[in-house]
Design a protein. Structure first.
Length: 140
């Protein structure tokens, strides 16, 4: 029987006591063609309390080693992204290959960092919001 997609992968972890970010890994091998963007799955979901979000940053080594960068500069995983009907809250990393050769990432390779942060709100925004109805990019 083949391994489950998550078998052998480690949970996100900080590499030192002073590290702000938790390293996120690719759940499968992926090749990204030059000047293309691929959503790289992590196999992760995160349950965040209201008022917090997960900021996603590319690891600095991606640009140097692979000519890859986060396609949207910084990713934001909102507290209501977990369990949404569009994809269950699967955290995916949109990577853009700005190089001239294909870039290959291996399963288990660290590709991004997640930093849990507080989200501020204004006093006058109201209290009636629609429920999230989708996954990646679902709020427009």
């Amino acid at each position: 029987m083949p391994d489950a997609p998550h078998a052998g992968l480690v949970l996100p972890a900080r590499q030192t006591a002073g590290s702000a970010g938790y390293d996120l890994c690719a759940i499968a091998d992926v090749e990204i063609a030059p000047d293309c963007i691929e959503l790289v799955g992590t196999g992760l979901r995160i349950l965040l309390p209201e008022g917090e979000f997960l900021a996603i940053f590319a690891r600095s080594s991606l640009a140097v080693k692979y000519r890859l960068m986060l396609a949207n500069s910084v990713g934001v995983i909102d507290a209501d992204y977990f369990g949404n009907p569009g994809n269950g809250g699967h955290i995916m990393i949109p990577l853009w290959n700005f190089g001239s050769s294909p870039a290959t990432l291996r399963r288990g390779e660290r590709i991004a960092q997640g930093i849990i942060m507080k989200a501020g709100t204004t006093d006058d925004e109201g209290s009636s919001f629609p429920s999230r109805q989708g996954g990646f990019g679902s709020t427009g």
